[in-house]
Design a protein. Structure first.
Length: 328
């Protein structure tokens, strides 16, 4: 057996749950939040995907449970007048709610969400004569902090049924692997692992010490690889590397991207990365699979990720091993 992958000094173990709140934020304050609530294991679905064969017209038909939860969300401002529901969607196994706390509230956001879950649970149990848990513990939130985020989240919420239909239609391109062994290293992975088998892979790393002519030469080679259907491998850390990634995608590149953090329970790609997964053009690799927190990038981390990218681009990766029972 090969030795386990070395964890860097800055690695910190993470408890996998959805209870990590932003400690710097006052949850009584005026703010817009994207809240995600998930169902407990074994809970009845809140809806069923319809028109799955045509993602553009897919939608969720709510169950009795989903209708009850929807009504409770709509009624929330009646119980909490300073909370405005901007948008929400009921999915089979989770709920997204975009809400606006319009002024300082006496109870924190968590109390409002807990009240919503409790009232929904009580009414579901009464309507369906069940005693089973309905919701998983806690919830996940995202705090809107920049201009432009609100419109993105409106679109994201509305797009959930289409995305679910695509993921169900193309499951292998949206699969998460908890532990994937490549050579002597172990990764968490998400996306199209068949990219590892491609014969034409180039590692991308732009060095500040390069002259203009050196950089131009490398970029031409990378874009040629992209245009020829090859695979670019990199963490794409610097601004210039990120810009190169975008140019390469326009040229048809397929991407293996390394990232410091792994994949929490409800991880899914967003924006352009979702489209790349849909077309089989993206594989995300995390060399420290048990770490799902976002760590600040430092030089040691960057050097490690670039080294691993070089190894993947230069070495044999068609013999990657999915450890038994450790993917979902």
């Amino acid at each position: 057996m090969p030795p386990p992958p070395t964890r860097p000094a800055y690695f910190k173990p993470v408890i996998h749950n959805q209870l990590r709140r932003a400690r710097w934020h006052d949850y009584h304050s005026r703010c817009i939040y994207m809240v995600t609530i998930t169902l407990a294991s074994g809970a009845p679905p809140l809806g069923y995907l319809q028109n799955a064969d045509n993602p553009a017209s897919a939608f969720i038909k709510p169950t009795i449970e989903g209708t009850i939860v929807s009504n409770e969300i709509i009624a929330t401002p009646a119980h909490h007048p300073l909370v405005k529901i901007l948008s929400f969607i009921i999915m089979p196994d989770h709920i997204h709610i975009l809400l606006f706390v319009t002024a300082t509230i006496k109870k924190p956001l968590g109390s409002i969400i807990q009240s919503l879950k409790a009232s929904s649970t009580a009414k579901i149990r009464k309507a369906t004569q069940t005693a089973r848990p309905i919701f998983a513990e806690g919830f996940h939130d995202r705090i809107l902090s920049r201009n432009g985020q609100l419109e993105i989240l409106y679109r994201y919420i509305a797009d959930n049924p289409r995305r679910l239909a695509i993921k169900r239609k193309l499951p292998d391109l949206f699969r998460k692997y908890l532990h994937l062994r490549i050579g002597n290293e172990e990764y968490a992975a998400y996306g199209n692992i068949f990219l590892l088998r491609d014969f034409d892979k180039e590692a991308v790393a732009i060095h500040r010490s390069w002259s203009t002519s050196e950089r131009t030469s490398h970029e031409r080679r990378w874009l040629a690889c992209a245009s020829n259907g090859g695979v670019l491998v990199s963490p794409f850390i610097s601004r210039d590397e990120k810009a190169l990634r975008e140019r390469a995608i326009e040229h048809g590149a397929r991407i293996i991207q390394l990232r410091a953090e792994g994949f929490p329970g409800r991880f899914k790609p967003t924006g352009r990365d979702f489209g790349l997964c849909e077309s089989g053009r993206l594989l995300l690799l995390a060399p420290w699979p048990d770490n799902s927190s976002r760590l600040p990038m430092n030089r040691a981390m960057a050097l490690t990720l670039n080294r691993l990218a070089n190894d993947i681009a230069a070495g044999r990766t068609d013999n990657a091993v999915i450890l038994p029972g450790r993917y979902r």
